[in-house]
Design a protein around this ligand. Structure first.
Ligand code: UGA
Length: 437
């Protein structure tokens, strides 16, 4: 099938490359000429495991192309995906849809023959209706349907999530559009992936409800972890104990420094705004948003307490800056709250992150960036693990005990067990596991 993807951000690029890998003929469009030129040369603007090879092999096979010019390819396409950004609008938290609407207006006159215009961007309920109205206004003769096909991929596991999803959600208002999308996803259908077809508004809401539910799950376990600390219970065991109940499920129950990234913070805010506008407020989601903001800040109190009540004049080694491992994404990362607050309380910060430092340099001031974990730990008073990159999971404990002046390690991701530090002299603390060494 001939597919056009407009927007080569995270979702657009991964979707385009994966559709091409299914065997479809895909053109990815972006206004940013330098980005398109780079992509043509195989330079991928984001860090995503496996994406560069996938792009390269599909470009070489002639199934994946990049262009700044939508004209001819849209005319030829059976499906056009809108995969542009929908950032939080400053002030009210509502998703900013100006990019989505601009694309609808631009592509309207280019449509030739029946085309399914499909929103992959995360868009509030009713956006599909508005996109259809814009196209109708600018190209009254165009033969088209507007569909919603939200994406559920996680950064760092995007290709796996795209190719082996739990489900594909398709929101349509016509049988004809449904058939086109079923055809597109046929390779997954053959793998027995459920293709869940619903109406457009419902599909739009499913995406926000899914992300918000996951955010609620994380917010819940984070608060339970504080309770574990207070009453002497172990949050990992509580998570396991409740997760074995199939109605709850074991995933997304890892306590930590709060969720970040480009999706949960933005989508919970946008859903809350949609709900308020519809006079049907979501108090649970509102509470989780506030709880998560407070969570990030409260991590600083843990570090300060572990350092004996003050970090004034102390050097803290921060390991991991990105909002999670296997990405270079720093958006809404807990480190962006924790590090400035530690600095405010008088700490000097050394930091190391396998992929986050390039972007962190634009976002964090007065940080000494290091070459590797040990370089970062050397001479610091205390260390804090903020993100659970694999390479932090097997640090040489004897070595770090000689490096850390005050021998304090705060593990905000529970990647170690207290028993591993027995006899090392290191005062190890973690989240919701109150045992002491
Ligand atoms: C999230 C969803 O998981 C995807 O399904 C969705 O497609 C995507 O948003 C999106 O809307 O585009 P992502 O933001 O890449 O994906 O990252 P997650 O793996 O979901 O992690 C989000 C945050 O939650 C991270 O800060 C992570 O550290 C935190 N988290 C996650 C926890 O603190 N505990 C957990 O148990 C799981």
């Amino acid at each position: 099938m001939k597919v056009v993807v407009i927007g080569t951000g995270y979702v657009g690029l991964v979707s385009g490359a994966c559709f091409a890998d299914f065997g479809h003929q895909v053109t990815c469009i972006d206004k940013d000429l330098s980005k398109i030129e780079a992509l043509k040369q195989g330079i991928i603007p984001i860090f995503e495991p496996g994406l560069d090879d996938l792009v390269k092999s599909n470009v070489n096979a002639g199934r994946l192309k990049f262009s700044t010019d939508a004209k001819d390819v849209v005319a030829d396409a059976e499906i056009v995906f809108i995969a542009v950004g929908t950032p939080s609008r400053r002030g009210d938290g509502h998703a900013d849809l100006s990019f989505v609407y601009a694309v609808a207006e631009e592509l309207a006159p280019l449509i030739k023959g029946y085309t399914v215009i499909t929103n992959k961007s995360t868009v509030p309920v009713g956006t599909g209706d508005e996109v259809a109205a814009i196209i109708k206004k600018h190209a009254p003769q165009a033969e088209f349907d507007v569909a919603s096909n939200p994406e559920f991929l996680r950064e760092g596991a995007a290709i796996e999530d795209f190719k082996r999803p739990d489900r594909v959600v398709v929101g349509v208002e016509s049988k004809r559009a449904e058939e086109v999308l079923r055809q597109l996803y046929r390779p997954l259908f053959l793998n027995e992936t459920p293709i869940y077809v619903t109406n457009r508004r419902t599909a739009e809401l499913i995406k926000y409800a899914a992300n918000s539910f996951l955010a609620v799950k994380i917010g819940f376990i984070n608060e339970i972890s504080d309770l574990c600390d207070a009453v002497g219970a172990n949050v990992q065991e509580v998570a396991k104990g409740i997760g074995l109940d199939k109605r709850i499920g074991s995933k997304f129950l890892n306590a930590g420094p709060g969720y970040g990234g480009s999706c949960f913070p933005k989508d919970t805010l946008a859903l809350s705004k949609t709900a308020k506008d519809a006079n049907s407020p979501l108090s649970i989601v509102d509470t989780v948003i506030a709880s998560n903001d407070a969570r990030k800040l409260s991590m600083v109190d843990r570090v300060v307490a572990a350092c004996g009540g003050s970090v004034e004049g102390k050097t803290i080694a921060a390991l991991g800056l990105t909002f999670k491992p296997n990405t270079d994404d720093m958006r809404d990362a807990p480190s962006l709250v924790i590090i400035p607050e530690l600095q405010k309380r008088g700490a000097k910060i050394k930091a190391f992150c396998p992929e986050g430092m390039r972007e962190a340099k634009n976002l964090l001031n007065n940080v000494e960036y290091c070459e590797n974990s040990y370089d970062c730990l050397e001479g610091a008073n205390a260390a804090v693990i903020i993100t659970e990159w694999d390479e932090f999971r097997a640090l040489d404990i004897t070595r770090i005990s000689h490096m850390l002046k005050d021998k304090v390690l705060v593990d905000l991701r529970n990647i170690y067990n207290a028993t591993e530090f027995e006899g090392s002299g290191i005062a190890y603390s973690s989240i919701g596991r109150p045992q002491k060494v």
